[in-house]
Structures are given as structure tokens and as C-alpha cells.
Write a protein that binds this ligand. Structure first.
Ligand code: 5GP
Ligand code: ZN
Length: 112
């Protein structure tokens, strides 16, 4: 059994509030939302972060971005932010590639 939290969510060992699922990725609402709408999109394949993306697994990243665009449209989001933290200093707390999708409030730039 994987010790990775998000692999456990994919396996259904930890419940999640799903936004979307297919054979390659899962989208689910963040347990600690930082905006009125805040969900995560993750590949079902365990990739530690963007730093682990290479030619052998990049197709799932392109797929994830099509899912983000489709789900944002379905949820009626006309403005949103997509974020991926890589490494501890950037704020990554779960070492399984994920893209945050945040919407529903004014956002500042640059991020903190
Ligand atoms: P990171 O800090 O790595 O960029 O993002 C990890 C995200 O996963 C955080 O926003 C955190 O709230 C979320 N998270 C951590 N544990 C769980 C969980 O068990 N369920 C859900 N739905 N989200 C989680
Ligand atoms: Zn994992």
C-alpha cells in the first residue's frame, strides 16, 4: 500500500469530494479551501511534483490542463488561478503532483 496521501485518495482509502474523475486523473475539492472555489487536479500516476515531469509522463499534464479548462467552464468560473508548488520553500506539502484551481475572490500578484 502506498504511503502517499494522494495515492490513498485515488485508491479510495481516504474519501474526497470529487469534481471529476477519469482513467488518468482525479479532481477533488481541497480540504482547506483558500478561495470560495478551490479544487486540486492530480494524475493517477504517482509523480512527485512538476520537477518529476519528463517526456515519458508529460502527456498526463496536458490532459490535466484540458480537464481544468473543461471543469472551470462547467462550474462557471470565468476567472481563476492555477498553481503548482514545487518543493518545501514554495509551499508544497504533499509530494504528489497537483494543480490547485482557485476562484471566486480577488487575488493579489505576486503571490506570497
Ligand atoms: P500543497 O501545499 O502541497 O501545494 O497542496 C496540498 C493541498 O492538499 C493543500 O491545499 C491541502 O489543504 C490539501 N490537502 C491535504 N490533505 C488533504 C486531504 O486529505 N483531502 C483533501 N481534499 N485535501 C487535502
Ligand atoms: Zn502519490
Amino acid at each position: 500500500m502506498s504511503e502517499c496521501l494522494f495515492c490513498k485518495i485515488i485508491a479510495g482509502e481516504i474519501p474526497s469530494n470529487k469534481v471529476y474523475e477519469d482513467d488518468r486523473c482525479l479532481a477533488f475539492y481541497d480540504i482547506d479551501p483558500q478561495a470560495p472555489t478551490h479544487f486540486l487536479v492530480i494524475p493517477k500516476e504517482h509523480i512527485p511534483s512538476v520537477a518529476g515531469v519528463d517526456a515519458s509522463n508529460a502527456a498526463v499534464v496536458a490532459h490535466i490542463f484540458t480537464v481544468i479548462a473543461q471543469q472551470a467552464q462547467r462550474l462557471g468560473l470565468d476567472s481563476y488561478r492555477v498553481v503548482s508548488n514545487i518543493g518545501e520553500q514554495a509551499g508544497q506539502s504533499v509530494p504528489h503532483l497537483h494543480f490547485h484551481v482557485l476562484a471566486g475572490r480577488d487575488m493579489t500578484w505576486p503571490p506570497g
